[in-house]
Design a protein. Structure first.
Length: 65
């Protein structure tokens, strides 16, 4: 039995069978709107606040001050 993982675009809910296809889709379709990217998991965000929220929730990132 093969493991089938569907990756979903958080921006338009389109689904992909491979993570690489999702990354290509994000860069090609949404790239012009997404200026911020998470270095830990390669998710893209349109503004710094969304990325900061993502870092706090997904990666337990804490602001020092």
């Amino acid at each position: 039995m093969g493991f089938f993982n569907k990756s979903k675009c958080e921006l338009c809910d389109k689904k992909f069978s491979k993570e690489e296809e999702l990354m290509n889709h994000i860069q090609i379709v949404h790239g012009k709107d997404l200026k911020y990217d998470c270095k830990k998991c390669n998710k893209f965000f349109s503004n710094m606040e969304d990325m900061r929220t993502h870092l706090q929730r997904e990666h337990s990132y804490k602001k020092d001050r």
